[in-house]
Write a protein that binds this ligand. Structure first.
Ligand code: FES
Ligand code: FES
Length: 163
């Protein structure tokens, strides 16, 4: 339920990485700004701010979403997971290792968003055919040329098959 204050801010409670955060915000506040500026979770990066680069990707109820295209008030009943939340998951270490060993990042600006998308596919579509190139097409990386990222994904898929 939306409650307006005197200055037209609204009370919002978002569940991020399993913790509730209640704030008074402008109704137009983006989810990406809520995550970074209100909660201080700066692992989510903001690049283009209009849905193109994928840097701001987080998980909303387990599915990847551009946090620069969602209003904070809009996701109130849902669960948001950022890279800080993923880093506490038991399966995160193998993703981190695959990215590290394959030099799948340089400046790292795009990495949190890519990891969120890859994570979602590995968790939610295990054993199913995934078009990884299509997935990566939603993420702009200016540094790596994508080869390292593709190799990291290949390693992760190989691990999955061996399990
Ligand atoms: S900052 Fe959201 S897609 Fe670029
Ligand atoms: S590692 Fe720099 S933008 Fe991807």
């Amino acid at each position: 339920m939306i409650r307006y204050g005197k200055d037209q801010r609204v009370a919002v409670t978002l569940t991020i990485n399993g913790r509730p955060y209640r704030r008074w915000v402008e109704p137009r506040m983006l989810l990406s700004d809520f995550i970074r500026d209100e909660v201080g979770l700066t692992g989510t990066h903001v690049g283009c701010e209009h849905g193109v680069c994928g840097a701001c990707t987080v998980l909303i109820d387990g599915e990847p979403a551009r946090s620069c295209l969602r209003l904070a008030v809009d996701v109130e009943p849902q669960n948001v997971t950022t890279i800080e939340g993923l880093a506490k998951e038991p399966g995160y270490e193998r993703v981190r290792r695959a990215f590290s060993q394959n030099h799948a990042l340089q400046c790292g600006f795009c990495t949190a968003g890519i990891v969120a998308s890859v994570w979602s596919r590995l968790e939610n579509y295990e054993g199913l055919q995934v078009d990884w190139d299509e997935l990566l097409s939603g993420h702009l990386c200016r540094c790596t040329g994508y080869v390292g990222i593709q190799n990291a994904i290949r390693d992760l898929q190989g691990e999955e098959r061996e399990q």
